[in-house]
Design a protein around this ligand. Structure first.
Ligand SMILES: Cc1cc2nc3c(=O)[nH]c(=O)nc-3n(C[C@H](O)[C@H](O)[C@H](O)COP(=O)(O)O)c2cc1C
Ligand SMILES: [Mn+2]
Length: 471
C-alpha cells in the first residue's frame, strides 16, 4: 500500500475529506485539522494551500477506521482489537525488506544547490512554535555503523533554513545510540527523512520496537510481506520505493555544532523547547531531495489530546507493550490498553485472569520492565478478566469496589522519563515515579464478595420478549 491507496480507500469509506477552499499554511491548516479532529475526525487532504501547488494530508490516523484501512482490517475494529492483531502478527513472523532498483520516489531528484525546504507546503501549527515542522508524520532512517541495523524513528524536525532541519532525538532513542557511535568514530551520521510510502512507515517509525530490530521488519510483519526499498546511491540508506518525499543528508553528532530548534506545541498539550527547558538539537544537513510527481506532504495534528498523534501512540504502544508481555510469557493477559486520552503513553490498563497470589503485581512489574512500559509510563491499572481494558466505566467500577488504596498501591520511585513531561520541573525531567494500582479482587481470599448476576433464564426470557413490553 502507498499513501495514495490509503487516501483513496479512506475517502471511499467516508474517512477522508478534501479541503478545496484556499487556506494558509500559517496556522489555518493546522487549526482546521485540530477542529476537525474535535468534531470526530477523519483525514483531511488540503488541495489548495496558499502559495503552493502540492497537497497536504493531516489527521490520517484520527479515527480507528483509518487505522483499520492502513492495516487491512474491517471497519469498526476497536483500537484494542487492532493492537491485539498487531501483537499476534509481530510474534508470528517478521519479513526483511526487499531491495528494488526503481520506484516512483525516483521521479524527481533535486541536488543540493537547488534544495529549498521552504518549497514544501509545511504548516506552522501553533502560534508560539519556533517555525515550520517538516518532519512529523515521517520517519528518520539511520544505520548503526557497527551492526548495520537500520532504524526508523519519528522525531520532530523543524526547518531551520533552506537546507537544514533540526531534529529532536531524545536521549536513549535509537538514532541517539547510533549518533553517539558516529561521534566516537569522528564521523557524520548519514540520515534521511522519509515521508509517505506505506502508511505503516509512520505508524512503525513512532513505535517502541526493540533495539537491533528494524521497523521495516515490523512493517513486513504487519503486511505479511516484505517492504520494497531502494538503497540510496548517495548514502546507502534504504527508503521505501513508493515514498512521497525523501530528504537525504548528514547529521553532525558533535553537540558543539548543534542548533536551537523549537518551541513546538507538543502532544502533552504544552510547548516544549521554550527558553526555560531548551537544549540544542542536531540537524539534518540536506544534500539531496527526492519526490514523486505531485507529491503529497503528510503532517500530523498535535497539541492537546485527542489528535492523531495520541491515537497513533495509543495503538502502537498498546501493541508493543502487549507484544513485550506475551514474549516475556507473562500468563493470563486478556487485554491491554493505553488510552489516547492519556496522550497515548502515560497510563495503561491491563486485564488479567488471575492464576496465583500477586499475579497483578507480576503484571505491573513486567509492564514497567518492558521496552514500551519502562519509558515515561506513570501508571498501570490491573483489572480482573471480566473487565475489558478499554472499558473505562468498568475500570472505574473495579477501582471503586475491588481496590484498597493502601493495600493495592505501589509507588516506584525512579523510572525513565521523557523530557517533554510538563508535570516535572523543567530542570529535573530525566526521572519520574510510577504507580501500580491493583484493582483486582485478591486471588488468595478465602471468601470473596458475592457479585450480582442476573438470573440467566429470566434474563433470556426478558430479552426474547423485549418487544412485547412496549418499551
Ligand atoms: C507525531 C510524533 C512525533 C514524535 N516526536 C518525537 C521527537 O521529536 N523526539 C523523539 O525522541 N520522539 C518522538 N516521538 C516518539 C518516537 O517516535 C518513539 O519514541 C519511537 O520509538 C522512536 O523510534 P526509536 O524507538 O527507533 O528511537 C514522536 C512520536 C510521534 C507519534
Ligand atoms: Mn527503533
Amino acid at each position: 500500500m502507498d499513501l495514495r491507496e490509503f487516501i483513496s480507500k479512506s475517502e471511499a469509506a467516508g474517512k477522508l475529506k478534501r479541503v478545496k477552499k484556499e487556506d494558509d499554511w500559517n496556522l489555518e491548516l493546522s487549526h482546521i485539522s485540530k477542529v476537525n479532529e474535535e468534531k470526530g475526525g477523519g483525514a483531511l487532504l488540503f488541495e489548495n494551500v496558499k502559495g503552493y501547488k502540492n497537497s497536504v494530508l493531516t489527521g490520517a490516523y484520527s479515527t480507528p477506521d483509518n487505522f483499520a484501512i492502513a492495516l487491512g482490517l474491517e471497519s469498526g475494529t476497536t483500537m484494542c482489537g487492532m493492537s491485539r492483531h498487531w501483537m499476534e502478527l509481530a510474534i508470528k513472523k517478521t519479513y526483511d525488506p526487499v531491495v528494488v532498483k526503481d520506484g516512483p520516489i525516483l521521479e524527481n531528484i533535486i541536488e543540493r544547490d537547488q534544495v529549498n525546504l521552504f518549497d514544501f507546503p509545511v504548516p506552522q501549527m501553533y502560534p508560539q512554535d519556533g517555525g515550520r515542522f517538516i518532519g512529523t508524520a515521517a520517519a528518520l532512517v539511520t544505520r548503526d555503523p557497527e551492526s548495520g541495523w537500520v532504524n526508523l524513528g519519528t522525531y520532530r524536525m523543524q526547518i531551520l533554513d533552506e537546507k537544514s532541519a533540526g531534529i529532536q532525538i531524545i536521549k536513549g532513542k535509537h538514532a541517539d545510540f547510533m549518533m553517539k557511535k558516529y561521534q566516537k568514530m569522528g564521523k557524520k551520521m548519514p540520515a534521511l527523512l522519509m515521508i509517505g510510502g506505506d502508511p505503516l512507515g509512520f505508524l512503525t517509525g513512532s513505535t517502541l520496537v526493540s533495539a537491533e530490530t528494524s521497523e521495516y521488519e515490523i512493517m513486513g510483519a504487519l503486511r505479511e510481506a516484505p517492504i520494497e526499498i531502494i538503497n540510496s546511491e548517495f548514502s546507502g540508506l534504504p527508503f521505501m520505493a513508493n515514498s512521497e518525499i525523501v530528504l537525504e543528508g548528514e547529521v553532525d553528532p558533535n553537540p558543539e555544532n548543534w542548533r536551537q530548534e523549537g518551541p513546538f506545541g507538543e502532544y502533552t498539550g504544552y510547548y516544549s523547547g521554550k527558553k526555560s527547558d531548551e537544549w540544542p538539537k542536531p540537524w539534518l544537513d540536506v544534500q539531496r531531495v527526492y519526490h514523486r510527481n505531485d507529491y503529497i506532504l503528510w503532517s500530523t495534528t498535535v497539541g492537546k489530546p485527542i489528535t492523531d498523534t495520541h491515537m497513533i501512540q495509543s495503538l502502537n504502544r498498546t501493541a508493543t507493550l502487549w507484544t513485550d508481555l506475551e514474549t516475556a510469557r507473562v500468563p493470563g493477559i486478556q487485554s491491554v490498553y493505553i488510552p489516547a486520552a492519556s496522550t497515548g503513553r502515560f497510563w495503561v490498563i491491563v486485564s488479567v485472569k488471575q492464576m496465583y497470589p500477586g499475579h497483578p503485581n507480576h503484571i505491573a512489574d513486567a509492564v514497567f520492565g518492558s521496552t514500551t512500559g519502562h519509558y515515561g509510563m506513570k501508571g498501570v491499572i490491573v483489572v480482573d478478566e471480566d473487565i475489558p481494558a478499554d472499558d473505562w466505566n468498568k475500570v472505574l467500577w473495579a477501582m471503586s469496589v475491588r481496590y484498597d488504596p493502601k493495600r493495592d498501591t505501589q509507588i516506584y520511585n525512579r523510572g525513565r522519563s521523557t523530557p517533554l513531561d510538563p508535570a516535572l520541573h523543567h530542570s529535573e525531567r530525566d526521572i519520574v515515579s510510577r504507580i501500580a494500582i491493583d484493582a483486582c479482587t485478591p486471588y488468595e481470599w478465602d471468601r470473596k464478595p458475592q457479585e450480582i448476576f442476573l438470573d440467566e433464564d429470566m434474563e433470556k426470557k426478558v430479552r426474547d420478549n423485549w418487544d412485547s413490553y412496549g418499551l
